[in-house]
Structure formats: C-alpha cells, structure tokens
Design a protein around this ligand. Structure first.
Ligand code: ATP
Ligand code: MG
Length: 422
C-alpha cells in the first residue's frame, strides 16, 4: 500500500492553528484598511518568463527554486515564488495606474524549492503590500510605518529591528559592481565555492555570505552607498529623516542587497534574533526599474512582504500562549441523553443561534453516552453545557461558576443573552 504524505516542505495548517492564522489575517486586513490599501487577489500560476525577467535569471529564486512545468498546451508555467512580479503584471495589464496611483495588498501561498527547515518551507504564505506610481521617499517611509504599526499591534516590536540600505539606480549599481568585482578578484583566495559562482553571475550577493572566513574581507569591501549620486543620496537621506521623525530606530546595513534583482534605491528588512538563521520576517524596498523591464512606461513602485509562518513562530516564541483569540472554544455545547436527542438538540441550537447570534454553539452528534459527551465538552473549555434530559427537561450547567439549573427554552436563551461572551 502506498503511504500518502504531504509533499516535503508543504504543511497542513490544523484546526488548532487556524484561529491564530485568522486572528493574524484580521490584523493585516485592518492595518491595510487603516492605511488606505486595497486588496488584490492574484493567480497562483504565472508564466515562467514573468519571473525570469522581473526577479532575474541570476537570482537563487529563478536559477534553482521555481516549480516550473509545461501545461497541456505546452506553455511554460510556474507556481509563483513571490507576489511583487504578479502584482506589477496585473497593474500594467489592467492599466490601473493610468493617471493615478495605487496602494495595494495581497496575501497567499508562494512556492520555492528550497531546503525545508525551521522557518523555511516550500509552500509558505506571504502578506504583501505594494504602492505604485509614487517616486518619493515618503511612501518608502509609509510602508515602514505600516510594518511598525502592525508589529506593535502584534506585541513583537521590541523583538525585531529594522535594517535599511540603498541600492541606488541601475547605473550607480553597475559602477559599484565593477569596483566590487575588482575587490573580490584581489581577494579571490578567500572566496568560497558559492561566492566564486556569484562573482560571475551576481557579485553583490557575495555581500550576503555568512561564511565566517569571509567576513573581515567583506566588511572592508567598497560600499554601494559611496557610489550614490545626488538624487539617490537625497532619497536615502529623506527616508532616514522621516524614520527619525517618527521615532523608528533603524540600522544601516551596507551589506543588505536582498535576493531579487528588481530593487532600486531603498531596501529594508525587519529581522529578529529569536528564530535562529531564518530571522527575516519582513523584506521590502523600491523597484522603480521593474515596469521598464516589462517594456512599459516607467512606473515607480515599492513594497514589502511578510512571511506569515515565520511571523507566527516569532509571535509564539515571545507571547503568552493563552490568548483566547488563538483558540476555538465553543461557548455552549448541547448534549443529550434522549433517543432522538440529536434532532431535539439541533432544533434547540437553531433557536439559540437566532436569539444569541454572538454565541458559538456546538451540538454533540457523536451518539456517545452522555458521560462521554460531557467529558468531551469539558475538554473544549467552553462556558456552558446544556443537557436534554430523559424527562424532557433542559439542564444548564454554567462551567465558569459551576452552577446547574433547570431551564425552559426561553430561560436558556435569556441566560445566554445576558451572560457576557468571553
Ligand atoms: P530569506 O533571506 O529568509 O531567504 P528572502 O530574502 O528570500 O528571505 P523574500 O523573497 O524577501 O525573502 O520574501 C519575504 C519574506 O518571506 C521573508 O522575509 C520571509 O519571512 C518569507 N520567506 C521567504 N522564503 C521563505 C520560505 N522558503 N519559507 C518561509 N518563509 C519564507
Ligand atoms: Mg530566500
């Protein structure tokens, strides 16, 4: 017999966890709403060429992490590895920025064929925000304000730090790239195998290396910031000033280059020390050059993405696990010792749901003996157990105050209306 298992790196989110997901999704939605961002729902499948062009063939994502396949008509299709490219595709295709700006967000699964480990999956979920048509550093700052606001609301702000850098324009970067390659050539003997490959295809990514033997040499390498011309320098200075005025502490990380090629000027990450090596919970930046790659008119844009699974790991690591919003707990469980109890119980539940719409009411339809029904109801940590007795009476058991009483249908509804919902 074949043992059926989920695909490696793809996990089931079980009912024990979904309340926490819903709680977090609610926080995202609310935050986006308060900042004036509208939701986009984008396809999971896109043409391979979209990412080859947008993310860049020299990146890890395109060179080794995509789930590509041919569909029945021979089209090269892929499961999206990230959201920005698809969002840009949609905005251009639908002409959404004709004489106007757009503030958008989306949420959903992304797919990357990486080595699964803590905080790294092959199917993971991102919450992404993108702002189109606005070239200034003010909007870069707005995005960072949003994340600060969200992290504060989630109670994790003191466990993350903001790192920022500027990658300049394509021209500034290409001058820097020459100098950087020259520097690495001089220190070739220190480069590891991966860096030698990167030296050919994507030398900036060497700055990202964690190899301890290379750290000192990398620290002394030329800095991109020193190659910025006036406009890029001004953009970066304005951003820093805006962050300071909003009391957001930041750290300049001149080695922050990010794994995607489309960034220009501002890049940022929110990083935590609580999750080991997979410590980046949010990454983003400006990508003014991306629309040009699509052969369209220029469209300035910037955005960020948060990895939801990682964010949940962080929240769990630093918060009190008993937040009642993270658990499903039926307020009221209806049990019965009658032969035809299920029908009576279902009808009673309908009656109560009409009158007490804020209550979460569950009916025990297991057919088990009453004692077992009560045991299960007690395990779910609810507020009340209602029992339909043999003699037709109804018993209300208030678990919080440990009181039992005999009630009519109407008295039951009234009691549930009056008591506060936890
Ligand atoms: P990392 O440095 O961790 O590989 P990245 O730079 O590849 O991240 P982005 O492409 O910027 O990540 O995606 C934004 C966020 O999505 C990351 O900060 C992270 O929280 C999350 N993320 C990225 N890849 C994965 C993955 N394989 N599994 C879980 N979360 C991920
Ligand atoms: Mg990555």
């Amino acid at each position: 017999m074949i043992k059926l298992r989920a695909i490696r790196g793809m996990r089931d989110v079980l009912p024990d966890e979904t309340p926490m997901w819903q709680w977090l999704e609610g926080k995202f939605r609310h935050m986006a709403f308060r900042y004036g961002y509208q939701e986009m729902r984008l396809p999971l499948l896109e043409p391979v060429a979209l990412f080859e062009r947008a993310v860049g063939e020299a990146t890890d994502i395109v060179s080794k992490e995509m789930y590509n396949f041919l569909d029945k008509s021979g089209e090269h299709i892929t499961l999206r590895p990230e959201g920005t490219s698809g969002c840009m595709r949609a905005v251009l295709e639908q002409n959404m920025c004709y004489n106007k700006t757009q503030r958008l967000w989306y949420q959903g699964p992304m797919f990357r064929y990486e080595r699964p480990q803590k905080g790294r999956l092959r199917q993971f979920t991102q919450f992404g925000v993108e702002a189109f048509g606005m070239p200034g550093a003010d909007i870069d700052a707005e995005l960072i304000f949003m994340v600060r606001d969200l992290f504060q609301e989630l109670g994790i702000l003191q466990h993350v730090r903001l790192e920022i850098n500027s990658l300049g324009t394509a021209r500034e970067r290409s001058q820097y790239r020459q100098e950087l390659v020259a520097w690495f050539e001089q220190h070739r003997e220190l480069l590891d195998e991966e860096s030698l490959v990167r030296l050919e295809v994507n030398p900036l990514r060497i700055l990202d290396s964690k190899n301890p033997q290379m750290q000192e040499m990398i620290e002394q390498a030329p800095r991109l910031l020193d190659f910025l011309e006036d406009e890029s320098r001004q953009h970066f200075t304005t951003l820093c000033q805006l962050l300071d005025s909003a009391d957001i502490p930041w750290r300049l990380n001149t080695r922050l280059v990010r794994g995607l090629d489309y960034y220009t000027r501002t890049v940022f990450e929110w990083v935590t020390d609580k999750l080991g090596a997979q410590g980046t919970v949010c990454g983003g930046g400006r990508y003014d050059g991306l629309a040009d790659l699509f052969g369209d008119k220029s469209l300035p844009a910037c955005g960020f993405a948060i990895g939801i699974e990682r964010l949940l790991l962080l929240i769990q690591a630093v918060s009190d696990k008993d937040n009642p919003q993270w658990h499903y707990r039926p307020d009221v469980t209806i049990t019965s010792e009658l032969e035809d109890g299920n029908i009576r119980a279902l009808l009673l539940a309908e009656f109560l749901r009409q009158r007490c719409p804020q209550r979460y009411i569950a009916v025990d339809c297991s057919g088990a003996r009453l004692k077992r029904q009560h045991q299960n109801a007690l395990k779910s940590h609810g507020q009340y157990i209602v029992t339909l007795n043999h003699d037709g009476t109804i018993r209300l058991w208030d678990l919080v105050n440990n009181q039992q009483s005999e009630v009519s249908d109407a008295q039951l509804a009234e009691a549930l209306q009056q008591a506060s919902v936890r």
